[in-house]
Design a protein around this ligand. Structure first.
Ligand SMILES: Nc1nc2c(ncn2[C@@H]2O[C@H](COP(=O)(O)OP(=O)(O)OP(=O)(O)O)[C@@H](O)[C@H]2O)c(=O)[nH]1
Ligand SMILES: [Mg+2]
Length: 305
């Protein structure tokens, strides 16, 4: 008798910068989520779909839980909170190269009473895992029992970047999933609309190229995206910052920064969309956009009903 195929939802959660999106891309085997060295890169839940001989997993990559209070922060933290329910398993990603901090404690407080099986990915083990024990101790303290006595809990050191033990992680996750029919066609890895994909890719390039403090102030909105004669995609994107002085940084000396962002984003978009891309980038200052509900909606930060 052939074994029934599995199918289920698995959210990937943790505080910012622990490597959740990198791990998602590794598990799915393709880049479906943007990655940068800057915390709070992921701003909304992103699905990545893996289908193999064992079944189908719909991963939900989430914004890192963080201590912020403006409109975007609230949306991001709500996305985190929503991803703890209605899933078949949770991958809790901890960065073992950094000490436990307040945000980690807040993540654990929110996660500890879940009824959903938890797989704790002790990530960035390629960096030697100096703080690994701190994460285990924090979890044991929160649960009030030792790791060995925990039900529906598995802990596994991994490196999402280098692919260390990620196959093992996948096996463990599949074990927790129910049998069931596939929810997506087998060749689909992402359900992200092209407009969101384009704005995220442009934002990724900006996050990777600009100074540490700037990304927080950056938003990208696609004003127009259309196919021209089926061979070219025309994209007009606006990069929003919060102050005029930040506009200058994004544009760069003689427009060099904007040019670099455009070149990198266009190359990647051409590969993904399989068309030529004509990309126009504009930069505008809009104070307090992070608290502007219309602006957040334009960026795609709206809750599904
Ligand atoms: N050394 C090492 N670095 C990693 C690993 N995984 C991710 N990184 C790096 O950590 C940084 C953050 O990675 P992301 O995947 O964007 O982290 P994230 O948890 O999705 O971050 P947010 O979206 O901000 O919550 C990037 O610079 C990655 O290259 C890993 O396994 N080892
Ligand atoms: Mg991310």
């Amino acid at each position: 008798m052939p074994k029934e195929l599995k199918c289920g939802f698995v959210s990937i959660i943790g505080r910012p910068n622990t490597g959740k999106s990198t791990l998602l891309n590794r598990l799915v085997g393709e880049k479906v989520a943007i990655v940068s060295p800057v915390p709070q890169t992921t701003r909304m839940n992103v699905r990545g779909i893996l289908t193999d001989a064992r079944g189908q997993i719909i991963f939900v990559d989430t914004p890192g839980w963080h201590c912020g209070r403006d409109g975007l922060d609230r949306f991001m933290n709500k996305s985190f909170q929503n991803s703890l329910e209605g899933v078949d398993a949770i991958i809790y990603v901890a960065d073992t190269s950094r000490s436990v901090g307040e945000e980690e404690r807040q993540v654990v407080r929110r996660l500890k009473d879940t009824k959903v099986p938890v797989v704790m990915a002790l990530n960035k083990i390629d960096l030697k895992g100096e703080y690994l024990q701190e994460y285990i101790a924090l979890w044991e303290e929160a649960k009030g029992i030792g790791i060995g006595a925990m039900q529906d809990f598995v802990m596994i050191p991994v490196s999402g970047r280098d692919g260390i033990q990620t196959d093992k992680l996948l096996e463990v996750v599949f074990d927790f999933l129910p049998e069931g029919p596939f929810l997506y066609p087998e060749d689909i890895v992402s359900d992200m609309p092209d407009k969101l994909l384009a704005s995220d890719l442009i934002r990724e390039k900006l996050f990777c190229l600009t100074r540490q403090e700037l990304p927080h102030s950056i938003a990208v909105v696609i004003e127009e995206m259309r196919a021209v004669k089926g061979k070219t995609t025309r994209i007009r994107a606006v990069i929003f910052v919060e102050r005029d002085s930040q506009k200058e940084i994004v544009i760069g000396e003689k427009g060099q920064m904007l040019k670099k962002v455009g070149t990198l984003a266009r190359a990647e978009l051409e590969t993904i969309l399989e068309t030529k891309v004509f990309l126009e980038l504009y930069v505008k200052a809009r104070k307090n956009w992070r608290d502007d509900q219309h602006m957040l909606a334009d960026m795609g930060c709206v809750f599904e009903v």
